[in-house]
Ligand binder design. Structure first.
Ligand SMILES: [Zn+2]
Length: 342
């Protein structure tokens, strides 16, 4: 014999009255309901998760058998987000800003030419930087965008993006014999793998302000994107940054604010500093004679981070300054000329 929790007839009556009362509450909360009837209860529909996801005054009433007599108000469907890309077209080695506005998004992601696009939340939008590699073929390309919504179906869009040709010179570099080993693909690859971990960090909020500044005053000795020929060989790669010739020991400053993501000695890049500016934007400063910051340190635009040198794959004192969006190198001068992002 267990202790029963069944209702006595008089209790059942009480429940019925309560149900009717609750139904009345539901009716009062619902604009223009049809008159409910207790005699012919309609089949109970399975409530759709979408309309009931947002709490509404009648949402809890669906638990009662009689409540289905009162149709739930249909929530006004939210329109999907709008996609904005500017500027268009984009030159090889340059960037565009992509924004998703509205559409009840809680997150977004996407890809372009096999690279992940990392979105961050801004004022009234999610935004990201789409980077075009200097070796991207010119022509029509597509950005894949996915928006994750709190209501409604996931949002997906294919955004056309036209890439125009930029002209790049060919640079011939004569390397002294003691540095030729730094061209060994195994050495180059090992260092690239090490750095990939830095650029795989999740994108944080924007930490730069205004335009970027030149990290050192000096003459451009090798431009960004130049096809590189070493010791007379056919060009095998391209120059990933901008070389600025400056005397050994000259101060090198942060091009803008951010967090020091890397500060250490590397074989090819020499003594190196990489700053994470948020939104998947990084700046790199290589061949330094001295590094004066540590990993994890917050730096401001114009703050000294090291000194000019010729460590690693260098033929004289200079600063190699590069800008990259994740794994894609972009033209540093673009960041000096216009304020990027919101
Ligand atoms: Zn360089």
């Amino acid at each position: 014999m267990g202790t029963g929790v069944g209702l006595r007839p008089e209790d059942k009556k009480g429940v019925l009255i309560l149900l009717i009362l609750l139904t009345s509450v539901a009716i009062n909360c619902t604009p223009e309901p049809p008159a409910p009837t207790m005699t012919v209860p309609p089949p109970t529909p399975i409530p759709s998760p979408e309309p009931t996801a947002t709490p509404s005054p009648t949402a809890t009433i669906t638990l009662l058998p009689t409540a289905t007599a009162t149709p739930l108000p249909t929530p006004t469907p939210l329109s999907p987000p709008t996609v904005e890309v500017e500027p268009l077209p984009v030159r090889q080695g340059s960037i565009a800003v992509l924004r998703l506005r509205g559409g009840d998004l809680w997150a977004a992601d996407g890809s372009f030419q096999g690279q992940a696009i990392k979105f961050v939340r801004g004022a009234g939008s999610f935004w990201a930087i789409v980077a075009v590699s200097p070796v991207s073929p010119p022509g029509q390309h597509q950005v894949i965008v996915r928006g994750h919504r709190t209501q409604g179906a996931e949002f997906q869009a294919t955004v056309p993006l036209t890439v125009t040709e930029a002209s790049f010179v060919v640079d011939s570099v004569e390397l002294p014999p003691d540095r030729v080993e730094l061209l060994d693909p195994a050495v180059v690859e090992e260092e690239r793998r090490k750095l990939s971990q830095v650029f795989a960090r999740p994108a944080g909020d924007k930490q730069w302000r205004g335009t970027f500044i030149m990290p050192v005053v000096g003459e451009v000795t090798s431009p960004f994107g130049a096809r590189r020929s070493y010791n007379g060989s056919p060009p095998t790669g391209y120059h990933e940054g901008l070389d600025l010739g400056a005397p050994e020991g000259e101060e090198v400053t942060a091009a803008n604010g951010g967090v020091v993501a890397l500060a250490r000695s590397l074989k090819v890049r020499g003594n190196a500093v990489i700053i994470d500016h948020g939104v998947n934007v990084f700046s790199g400063y290589y061949h330094l004679s001295q590094v004066t910051v540590t990993e994890g340190q917050q730096v401001k635009r114009g703050e000294v981070i090291g000194r000019v040198g010729e460590t690693g794959l260098a033929t004289g004192p200079h600063l190699h300054w590069e800008m990259r969006i994740g794994e894609v190198f972009v033209k540093p001068e673009d960041w000096l000329e216009r304020e990027i992002g919101e």
